[in-house]
Design a protein around this ligand. Structure first.
Ligand code: 13P
Length: 337
């Protein structure tokens, strides 16, 4: 493969010890939801100004190996006129780019989604590579509902699209993050989440293999194995850590460069505690680290919306440090006090 070494090097750097990713790739629609929820106007200027805090806070480079950007953001500049991607690179942080076009209703499969965005993707990758993107992200959404969802059709369609995306990314020298998110929504048990996550991962790695995707130059962005948000008896931190690590070990090839987690609606401390417990267990062939959006950004955005900029910066650095510690199994609850 043309970019073999570059892909391996970038993927390795993304999961370097003590580092993880910030997901700041909210689409304009998602950004609008988050901004209006805290009483802000969802204008381009407000999005830029808020993202400037996330992307240029001094000190985050100690904890972040990369940041996932959205198309609008990779084209934006900081107050000094430096493109955000260049500002990140100057701090040794790798800019990444979300390239999927969102999850759309899967035809003839009520309640299920398939992620779109393959059309014209080769040309878009060429442009993003030119703007400095080192890695990319594609998110698929898997819904659990009773015993019937997800359907096999949903798993096949999403995994196939993700593998086609990953191949195009590697052809362009860009490390693909493949993110099959099993949603937290519902009242399902942790056992049901395990079963669905296992089926999702098996299908994904089967499709990646068939599309010749090099796993040493690929990152998995995984959801944790958890009880549904509305489940009666939700599994505790230790059980979540054990089940997640077991599911990954049994279904993810050891050549993969690394696993990063999404937070998926967990609270900030929950997301950190789960990551820490997994790393305390250890014994995985790949590093396990974070790629959180809400579990890092929620307190930051709230404070920023109240014009408490210093507190917002402090909260941001604190969540990044907490997750950095958790990625090494060195966090404890006392850190939060
Ligand atoms: P959350 O951590 O808020 O789940 O977001 C991560 C992400 O990138 C979802 O695609």
């Amino acid at each position: 493969m043309k970019y073999d070494q570059q892909l391996r090097d970038t993927a390795k750097a993304m999961v370097a010890p003590g580092k993880g990713l910030l997901a700041a790739d909210e689409s304009n629609a998602t950004a609008e939801k988050r901004l209006t929820a805290v009483g802000l106007e969802p204008t381009e200027q407000v999005r830029r100004s808020y993202r400037q805090l996330l992307l240029t806070t001094p000190g985050v480079e100690r904890y972040l190996s990369g940041v996932i950007l959205y198309d609008e953001t990779i084209r934006q500049k900081d107050d000094a006129g430096t493109p955000f991607a260049d500002a990140l690179k100057a701090e040794g942080i790798i800019p990444g780019i979300k390239v999927d076009a969102g999850a759309k209703d899967l035809a003839l499969h009520e309640g299920e989604k398939v992620t779109e965005g393959l059309d014209g993707l080769r040309e878009r990758f060429a442009e993003y590579a030119g703007m400095g993107a080192g890695f990319a992200k594609w998110r698929a959404v898997i819904t659990i509902s009773g015993d019937s969802l997800p359907s096999e059709a949903c798993l096949i369609a999403n995994a196939h699209a993700m593998a086609r995306y990953a191949a195009l990314a590697q052809e362009a020298g860009i490390v693909p993050i493949v993110e099959p998110e099993v949603l937290l929504d519902g009242d399902h048990s942790i056992e049901r989440c395990y079963e669905v996550t296992e089926a999702t991962l098996k299908m994904l790695f089967w499709q990646l293999e068939h599309q010749n995707v090099m796993l040493e130059g690929t990152i998995l962005k995984a959801s944790m194995v958890l009880s549904g948000k509305d489940a009666a008896d939700r599994a505790d931190v230790q059980t979540v850590a054990e089940q997640t690590v077991k599911c990954l070990k049994e279904n993810v090839p050891s050549e993969l460069a690394g696993v990063v987690f999404l937070s998926g609606g967990q609270s900030e401390v929950e997301a950190t505690a789960h990551l820490d417990a997994m790393n305390k267990l250890g014994g995985t062939p790949w590093p396990l680290t974070f790629s959180y959006s809400r579990a890092i950004q929620n307190p930051v955005l709230q404070l920023w919306s109240e014009k408490k900029t210093d507190e917002a910066v402090a909260a941001y650095l604190k969540r990044c440090e907490a997750n950095s510690l958790a990625s090494q199994g060195q966090w404890s609850e006392s850190f939060e006090k």
